[in-house]
Design a protein around this ligand. Structure first.
Ligand code: MG
Length: 264
């Protein structure tokens, strides 16, 4: 091989190597073997779905103290007394001064709820570890069945229907309103539980979510209870249930959680 040809080959190899590194850094973040979602546009956890645009929230946006008629579920006075391990048993999460950190096992409120207004503040770890779904993963479940994802989605590509504030496995948020890792963030959620006539669904669960004061879901229906790699069918059990905080083996902190029940 002539020397200039060898040089060109070496340069091409460097370019190909750089491209491979870029691909390795950006992919894969989703699945290609999952079912299509009901509207036929994207697969469940589709990594090719457009990433929501990042929108920086305003300073202190989203934080809100409980109104007089709210039930405080986590705060300095009540700790985690309103919670249990899913299915029963004592909570093993650490709580100090109204700040709880995920521990072994997903927890749920002892009380069950239907339609609610829910405020939750959380922080993913300031020390960044892992990537995609392995970075700051937790979640807020409504009626024991419908997850609003908690994740460190600050410069952390993942499949868009699994990023922070996603209706997990179903809809990405309208925009990515995430704050940097370690900073406190807030969700304000209005949830309408699904309605059934006997075993027949007559109205799906509907959710409106603000992430750090920014609208990310506007009265959006769930296709079914949250599931991984599939769309699960509705069952009447999802008409009412506990509020849950997911333990996904990542240390995520929570504070200032309160709920207001909405009478239908
Ligand atoms: Mg989660």
């Amino acid at each position: 091989m002539r020397s200039e040809t060898r040089g060109a080959c070496a340069a091409a190899a460097v370019v190909a190597g750089a491209a491979a590194m870029l691909v390795a850094a950006q992919a894969p973040v989703g699945y290609t073997d999952t079912p299509m979602q009901p509207d036929g546009r994207w697969r469940v956890h589709d990594g090719t779905r457009p990433q929501p645009m990042m929108v920086a929230p305003g300073p202190n946006a989203g934080f809100a103290t409980a109104p007089a008629d709210a039930t405080v579920l986590l705060g300095p006075e009540v700790g985690l007394s309103a919670w249990q391990r899913v299915g029963g048993g004592a909570v093993t999460w650490q709580v100090d001064g109204g700040i709880a950190q995920t521990g072994r096992g997903t927890i749920e409120t002892k009380a069950t709820f239907g339609d609610v207004q829910l405020h939750v503040e959380f922080a993913t770890p300031s020390e960044v570890k892992g990537d995609s779904q392995g970075r700051g993963n937790s979640g807020v479940y409504l009626a024991g069945a419908f997850e609003i994802q908690v994740l460190d989605s600050y410069n952390n590509p993942t499949y868009p229907d699994g990023q922070a504030a996603a209706m997990y496995g179903q809809f990405p948020p309208l925009v990515n309103a995430s704050r940097p890792p370690g900073e406190w963030q807030a969700y304000d959620i209005t949830f309408t539980a699904p309605r059934f006539s006997g075993d027949t669904l007559v109205q799906p669960a509907i959710v409106t979510v603000y992430h750090n004061g920014i609208l990310v879901h506007h009265a959006r229906p769930f296709w079914g209870p949250t599931a991984h790699r599939m769309i699960a069918p509705y069952t009447p059990a999802s008409a009412r249930g506990s509020i849950r905080l997911q333990d996904h083996q990542n240390p995520v902190r929570y504070r200032n959680i309160w709920v207001r029940q909405i009478q239908p």
